[in-house]
Design a protein around this ligand. Structure first.
Ligand code: PEP
Length: 254
């Protein structure tokens, strides 16, 4: 059984006080059958971890080296020290705006696992790539390179998010059949890299303009195990509504 997941990506939003306010508003009402995660700015992670009861806390990025002359970067040692559980890796904004390559993402995944941090790998195509019929090719490349040489001990600790770049922050969410097609394809790639059993246990999420209004359509699909949400995860009410929408979802991994 794969536990449905709601993961919020706050990006560069919220101060410490705003984050604590959010936690106070949602934590008592989150359903236990859903894993609800918030990936917050690094500077407030420790304060959030201290107050986390039902929420799981994640970071949004991590450098692949343990220490060194990398001004402004955050190492896996430092993240581990905050007590954080998850880390988003390879988000399209990191790839596009900070020149992150598949090779870097691969090194980050290995380091995260070495330090006991659970990686949330983001993959997805540009609209031009979809229009050119290259979506599967892009997913195949991103997923295979990200997991090259990776040994998975606990598949339920791994999350892959299908985030078509044209749907992120645009309000143009993908049709649910497109999300299912891509998430199923990703599971197939994972089965080839690892094994069908491992692939069945890894959670694959959809991300891209998900809201409390449309989340049900996605998680009704057999291979969509939840959502990675940017904009709509910033509001307490919307976050709770989305978590409650996942409450009844059952994902069999056999
Ligand atoms: C994201 O950035 O991961 C994302 C899915 O953003 P949004 O929900 O705003 O499209």
């Amino acid at each position: 059984m794969r536990k449905p997941m709601l993961a919020g990506n706050w990006k560069m939003n919220k101060t410490r006080d705003e984050a604590i306010q959010f936690m106070l508003a949602v934590q008592d009402n989150l359903p236990k059958t859903v894993e609800s995660v918030v990936c917050a700015p690094a500077i407030i992670l420790r304060d959030m971890v201290k107050r986390a009861t039902t929420l799981h806390i994640g970071a949004q990025n991590m450098h692949e080296c343990e220490s060194g002359a990398f001004t402004g970067e955050i190492s896996p040692v430092m993240l581990k020290d905050t007590g954080v559980e998850y880390v988003i890796l390879g988000h399209s904004e990191r790839r596009a705006l900070f020149s992150e390559t598949d090779e870097k993402v691969n090194a980050k995944i290995k380091k995260a696992l070495e330090f006991g941090l659970k990686p949330m790998l983001c993959v997805g195509e540009y609209l031009s790539e979809r229009d050119a019929g290259k979506t599967n090719e892009v997913l195949e490349r991103q997923v295979s390179k990200a997991f090259d040489g990776v040994v998975i001990e606990k598949p339920s600790d791994i999350v892959v998010a299908y985030e078509p770049i044209w749907a992120i922050g645009t309000g143009k969410s993908a049709d649910s059949y497109i999300a299912e097609e891509a998430c199923a394809y990703i599971r197939g790639i994972l089965a080839k890299i690892f094994s069908p059993r491992i692939a069945e246990e890894i959670r694959v999420l959809y991300g891209g303009s998900v809201t409390a209004m449309n989340i049900r359509e996605y998680v009704a699909q057999p291979d969509v195990d939840g959502a990675l949400v940017g904009t709509a995860s910033l509001k307490e009410d919307a976050f709770l509504d989305m978590a409650l929408a996942l409450k009844q979802v059952v994902k069999r991994s056999d």
